[in-house]
Design a protein around this ligand. Sequence first.
Ligand code: SF4
Length: 211
Amino acid sequence: MFGNTAKVKEIIKRLSKEYPEAKTELHFGNPFELLAATILSAQATDVGVNRVTERLFKKYKSIKDFADANPAELEKDVSSINFYKNKAKNIKASARIIIEQFKGKVPQTMEELVTLPGVARKTANIVLTNSFGIHEGIAVDTHVRRLSQRLGITHHEDPVKIERDLMELTPKEQWGGISHMLILHGRRICTARAPKHKECVLFDICPSNNI
Ligand code: SF4
């Protein structure tokens, strides 16, 4: 059977064929829009976020517009999304910090991005990979976590430790890709409840193919 490095290589090979289009499903036109959309997407669906941002990004056209937003109005504009009050607050505060401390440009390092309110490693990874093509880590969301565990790539629960395991086993140029592919596979096949083992291209290399 495979060692873990060979197994991850095989997973990437097979999932790349299944999901050649794998990239974030969030809609955005610039790095700040992706940052805002990703903040909104925590414990919310990408479809729901896209519905909101379609209007939001027409109303607030620049980082300054978000920084200057009336807090109550911004809350109302995102109110169909979970935890909208905190998310609205974090988006506005992030915009203000970017203007005051980063010369109005979304920072391009993990170290700087995680200083923004509401931004942890997952969000930072998504922005770095999808906006700047920079791979500093691997975004671990609920799907990446579940699939990494089911596939036997990690035994950890903590996203930071799961990310470390994935980074050790995955070639750097695939750090963005593996996250997107696992997310799509998690949404379509290896769902949290009732995973469709029989339709899964990883069936023969998955230790959880009978759960
Ligand atoms: S075989 Fe089943 S548990 Fe394993 S990755 Fe596929 S759907 Fe998920």
